[in-house]
Design a binder for this molecule. Structure first.
Ligand code: NAI
Ligand code: 15L
Length: 274
């Protein structure tokens, strides 16, 4: 994916958590037009800064004091760090639940006014694949992981109502180079469309707390973005170009969660620790 020139004034300093992760590595490059300096953070090793427009600051999101120091001097936060798949509650707790609290509390204390939260379709994963929902549909989390993202979205609402910190929560579908299975024909979000969506999330004024489904211009979709129309997000890619390849895979059984639920296999993970 190539980066494009922007007509926006760059932020002075953006913070990207989860910078060592799959999406973090992509965004490290694609977000460059939007900041004079990007501060890259993760608990895992991050490739060294390539120039003086990058800063690498290791941090465990579960460590409140470390997150407080991490956020100092930034103008907006793209919060992509955390456990990104289903695990036991104890494993999710520190990185995702304490972590999102630490991010918002640090934002409040340092006067940061905009957070972009990498939420997930697993907030609503127990809706069935024949249902179409929107951002006002009640949460139906499919996992402890989905619950942590649900909590993060509520945290965003609270910090806007109480402190005026604005958030765009992007309920990312499946953001990978290609859709990997039939379910992802509906949920796929290309890296280019993700970047466009984040650009809209950073620069659209008065977002309050806006929830947007992060999907490309796919044919068979389950999510209606009417309540995020203010962002002006207009996806350019579509999973259709991968249909033949994906449909060469065997069709899952009719009762397989991968075919029944929007959240797919996450709906059948666990229990843990029995
Ligand atoms: P990833 O697992 O590759 O990246 C997450 C990063 O967070 C990792 O580098 C990990 O080291 C870091 N991390 C974990 N615990 C941490 C802690 N305690 N302190 C600091 N950093 C910690 O996941 P990916 O795919 O890059 O996703 C990025 C974000 O987007 C995640 O929050 C994920 O939940 C969310 N998301 C991603 C989707 C996708 O399709 N890639 C779909 C929906 C949501
Ligand atoms: C997510 O939330 C995960 O972070 C990602 O790894 C995928 O599993 C994605 O959802 C998905 O639902 O495909």
């Amino acid at each position: 994916m190539t980066t494009t020139a922007t007509t926006h004034t760059p932020f002075n300093r953006l913070l990207l958590t989860g910078a060592a992760g799959g999406l973090g590595k992509v965004l490290r490059e694609s977000l460059r037009p939007y900041a004079n300096v990007i501060r890259l953070s993760d608990i895992a090793d991050i490739a060294p800064a390539i120039d003086d427009r990058e800063e690498v600051v290791p941090c465990d999101l579960a460590d409140k004091q470390a997150v407080h120091q991490l956020v100092e001097g930034v103008d907006a936060i793209l919060h992509f760090g955390g456990v990104s798949t289903e695990h036991s509650f104890e494993q999710i707790l520190g990185a995702n639940i304490c972590g999102v609290f630490h991010i918002y509390e640090a934002a409040r204390r340092h006067g940061v006014k905009r957070v972009i939260f990498a939420s997930s379709n697993h907030v609503i994963g127990f809706y069935k694949q024949d249902e179409v929902i929107d951002a006002h549909s009640p949460h139906r989390p499919d996992s402890y992981y989905g619950l942590s993202k649900s909590y993060g979205e509520d945290m965003a609402t609270f910090y806007f109502d109480r402190y005026g910190i604005e958030t765009v929560s992007v309920r990312i579908g499946s953001s990978f180079p290609e859709p990997q299975n039939r379910r992802m024909m509906s949920t796929w979000l290309s890296f280019g469309d993700l970047t466009q969506l984040l650009e809209r999330a950073l620069y659209t004024p008065n977002v309050g707390h806006t929830v947007v489904y992060g999907m490309s211009d796919n044919k068979d979709i389950w999510w209606d973005n009417r309540y995020a129309a203010n962002l002006g997000y207009a996806p350019k890619d579509t999973s259709e170009v991968f249909r033949e390849k994906v449909e060469a895979q065997p069709l899952p059984a009719a009762d397989d969660p991968a075919r029944v639920y929007q959240g797919g296999a996450f709906c059948a993970a666990g229990p843990f620790g029995d």
